[in-house]
Design a protein around this ligand. Structure first.
Ligand code: F6P
Length: 322
């Protein structure tokens, strides 16, 4: 590549900074100029970018959020706007863009390269872990650990007061965060969009827990699901079944914080690999990880296919409640 630009887009995730650092350091190591774009595609369109050097990424490996800032850019769905973005890059002598973000951001990258003479590489940056072509996404591990820390604390008060808590975790339409968090916090139940929830079943599980002498406190981990308010709806239904649940929405706390060691390593390796793949002539792909190995997947597949939750894992999680 003549020069590389890098941006972070969509919901931020812990590990975006080490990913940026990986891209910048690997590019500089190969003598390639690298530019940082501020505020995702919104910044790209207006030419808000500057050249980065090794000092630009000093002391960021441990920082949450993204030093480049992020945005959800509706305007980038318009081909004319994507053309404008490509022109901005060409004017600066940049022929390659690395996009760190989730599904929507990677879709934008795919269309940018299809319609314009700009090469793109995507990196999966989202806490949701809902990206096809990779077992893991940058930020997922940290988000799971952040939720766990909060739930362990909620468990203390739940036990003291013998209360039942519905704890809502993020994940958009997918139950990856909820399943992992549910297993790791020893939840009494996990509710995710991929499986129909039977309020009767939850209620009888809670009754059986009481019969077994487990007391009436409990944690039910609920994935936020496709529309807001689902956890409150579930609470209402459980009240109709004689339960007294309290609702706790963990919210954006799950997006912040120091990236875990796992996320720092994943992000650093994916960032550096992006530059390797670019130098090897690849385009229109996402770099991810499968069974511990770095792999590439065409962006067309990444955006068309959905990543299935591991059903065996979820079934095992259900067994652990009993
Ligand atoms: O995709 C990351 C995510 O945090 C989802 O889990 C959540 O549904 C969404 O972003 C929230 O987005 P926003 O901060 O724009 O409300």
């Amino acid at each position: 590549p003549s020069a590389i630009a890098v941006l972070t887009s969509g919901g931020d995730s812990p590990g975006m900074n080490p990913a940026i650092r990986g891209v910048v350091r690997a590019a500089l190591h190969r003598g390639i100029k690298v530019f940082g774009i501020n505020k995702g595609y919104s910044g790209l369109i207006i030419g808000d970018l500057e050249e980065m050097n090794s000092a630009s990424v000093t002391n960021i490996v441990q920082r949450g959020g993204t030093i480049l800032k992020s945005d959800r850019c509706e305007a980038f769905k318009d081909p004319a706007v994507r053309h404008q973005a490509a022109e901005v890059l060409k004017e600066k002598g940049i022929d390659t863009l690395v996009v760190i973000g989730g599904d929507g951001s990677l879709t934008g990258a795919h269309y940018l390269t299809l319609e314009n003479d700009i090469r793109v590489i995507g990196l999966p940056g989202t806490i949701d872990n809902d990206i096809y072509g990779t077992d893991d996404t940058i930020g997922f591990d940290t988000a799971v650990n952040t939720a766990l820390e909060a739930i362990d604390k909620i468990r203390d008060t739940a036990l003291s007061h013998e209360s039942l808590f519905l704890v809502e975790v993020m994940g958009r339409n997918s139950g990856f965060i909820a399943t992992h968090v549910g297993i790791a916090c020893g939840a009494e139940m996990i509710v995710i969009p991929e499986y129909e929830v039977k309020v009767d079943a939850i209620s009888s599980q809670l009754a059986s827990n009481r019969e077994q002498g487990k007391g009436s406190s409990g944690i039910i981990v609920v994935a936020e699901g496709p529309k807001p308010g689902l956890t409150y709806d579930l609470a209402k239904q459980l009240k109709n079944h004689g339960q007294q649940p309290k609702v706790c929405i963990l919210g954006h706390i799950q997006r912040g914080g120091i990236p875990s060691g796992h996320d720092r390593i994943l992000a650093s390796c994916l960032g550096a690999s992006a530059v390797d793949y670019l130098c090897a002539g690849y385009n229109d792909i996402m770099i991810g990880v499968r069974r511990g190995k770095i792999v590439d997947t065409p962006l067309a597949q990444v955006i068309e296919k959905s990543k299935e939750l591991d059903e065996a894992l979820f079934q095992r999680a259900l067994l652990l409640h009993k």
